[in-house]
Design a protein around this ligand. Sequence first.
Ligand code: GDP
Ligand code: MG
Length: 303
Amino acid sequence: MTDLLQPAPKGFRSGYVTLVGAPNVGKSTLLNTLLKEKISITSARPQTTRNRILGVVHRPNAQMVFLDTPGVHASAKAMNRRIVEAAIATLAEADLVVLMVDLTSHDTDAENMLLKHLPSSGTPVLLALNKTDQADRETVLAAIAEWSSRYDFCDIVPISALKASQIDDLLQAMAPQLPEGPPFFPEDSITNQPVRFIAAELIREKAFRLTGEEIPYAVAVTVEAFVEEPEKGRVRIHATIHVERSSQKGIVIGKGGAKLKEIGTAARGDIERLLGTRVFLKLFVRVQKNWTRDTKALRRFGY
Ligand code: GDP
Ligand code: MG
């Protein structure tokens, strides 16, 4: 695990990108195309369709960190609500949102719901019109006209995720939308996943899932220590769960620490599967007002 980053060239941009869209529009396909290989955590985690998958794309002038949101279902059914909330939470955290739609079919409910939740200010939203290989020119032009009238996208790029066509155009349109700053992850993290970050995501997901309705999706996790201890055959991880109010801290910790233990055990299992090694996980809970506002800043410090 190295934290050494190359000094960024002047004008380098880096940021978190959230890919959203109705189910089956091609989000996973795009991510796989971008990374040119299946992301290993998919196989490591059988229930992964409900979780976020991360990929890092390096360009000479930019680094994009992708969060693949769970399929966004328009259904308000209780079972899907959290998934929708999780997807919407990633919208708020992203520096750039890429909305993907399918040129060959419409999931109107899901699209309307997504449009409703797109950032109304600040965060740019780029529209990717996918499956050009199955759509003629007129369809593409009509879709561009229709979608431009529905939302003020920073750009609209037709692509085929499956045939890997116009992916470069997409990345070129994305790069200038990201904030200027050094890369978050070293360049080899295309194959070596930024496990430290994924570990934080796994803990966050468990905290979110295991605390029930009382805790909003708005829980941040930072990893303070990620130390390989080969002599003990394990990785030692110290992480902090940030909540906004002390009442939430109580819920996350639970009676006699039971809830925190449950979160830790579940997260540790996932991280062990991801790393293929034993993990010693120590969790802290901290009340930090307005962390939501500070999350992007925290991440810039390398969390
Ligand atoms: P997700 O639910 O948004 O992650 O969608 P997937 O990536 O799982 O894709 C759903 C289906 O659409 C799969 O059968 C893909 O092979 C197919 N698909 C994705 N991108 C394209 C594309 O550019 N062209 C065509 N023809 N099919 C695509
Ligand atoms: Mg998918």
